[in-house]
Design a protein around this ligand. Structure first.
Ligand code: PDD
Length: 286
């Protein structure tokens, strides 16, 4: 039976009781992380844990555990669930209190829950590519926080899915920001373009990995905003996330991108990314 974590205990799902007054439930008042597990090992651990604590700080929430304790919780879940490939979901809400918008006084203990999900890499899509639908970005102005408040993303993804697309390509005033749960990249004349880090996007961990790989491969990068109209004209397009890795985009709306097939820079980055993935017996992260 799958093992879940809640507030200090590793237990099964039926034992977990979340209060009706949890602020995550009322307000989406909390933060979360999705971390990838390859060969039973926690990938880009430090980056994810640092971002979790940054997000908590940005919403003025004191984490109830240290970074080391969060790392131990995730590793214990991987071990107890015998997870080889998939991800761990972990969220922290501000806790449970009578419904009032302001923070509870006196303050209450934040609620931490986490569990594992078995999932294989989306290899087929990574070879063939996917299509995305442009959707207006109507989310709030603190998209840099990995907050539980995801209604803007949920509605955008649903609009894309409903129209038969894999992901929403969000644009604000015509400027491409990111995806509903991914970061977006275009390639033009051998240069990789992506929205700069700001309050308008989440600084994805996979985005950071890809930018480092670009540096190692000698691929020039411009972290600079571009318009949706320019996106259609890119030679290649792809998105990144913890679960999607480097995903080629072959069509935006009804416009084919480049040849309509996975581009060569995208493929190079996928290969370089794959080379970094922990393998069984590699000893990374124990
Ligand atoms: N989503 N942008 C947004 C809005 C996201 O929600 C995510 C991650 C990313 C990519 O970040 P990373 O490379 O660190 O996964 C960008 C996760 C996977 C989710 O909500 O399921």
């Amino acid at each position: 039976m799958a093992i879940y974590f809640m507030d200090g205990k590793f237990t099964n799902k039926d034992e977990i009781k979340i209060s009706i007054e949890d602020r995550g439930y009322y307000f989406g008042d909390g933060v979360y992380e999705v971390v990838k597990v390859y060969s039973g090992k926690f990938f880009t651990e430090e980056e994810h844990i640092n971002r979790l604590f940054e997000s908590a700080k940005k919403i003025k929430m004191t984490m109830p555990y240290t970074k080391e304790q969060i790392s131990s919780i995730i590793k214990e879940l991987i071990v107890q669930n015998k997870l080889i490939e998939g991800h761990v979901y972990l969220q922290v809400t501000r806790g449970s209190a009578t419904r009032q918008h302001h923070f509870p006084t006196p303050s209450v203990q934040p609620v931490v829950t986490a569990y594992t999900v078995e999932a294989t890499r989306p290899i087929l899509d990574m070879e063939k590519g996917v299509s995305v639908k442009s959707v207006e970005d109507v989310r709030w102005l603190r998209c840099d926080i990995k907050s539980l408040n995801l209604l803007g993303s949920v509605l955008a993804k649903e609009e894309a899915k409903d129209a038969g697309y894999a992901e929403a390509l969000l644009h604000r005033d015509g400027i491409v920001t990111e995806g509903s749960s991914t970061n977006m990249f275009g390639v033009k004349d051998g240069v990789v373009y992506t929205h700069p880090v700001s309050n308008l996007i989440l600084e994805g961990i996979t985005r950071q990995v890809v930018l480092t790989l670009c540096g190692q491969l000698g691929i020039p990068v411009k972290e600079q905003a571009f318009m949706l109209a320019e996106a259609y004209e890119m030679d290649e397009f792809f998105y990144t996330s913890t679960t999607a890795e480097v995903m080629p985009i072959t069509k935006i709306d009804d416009q084919l991108i480049g040849s309509g097939k996975r581009g060569r820079y995208t493929e190079k980055l996928q290969q370089a990314f794959t080379a970094q993935i922990p393998r069984l017996g590699s000893g990374i992260n124990g």
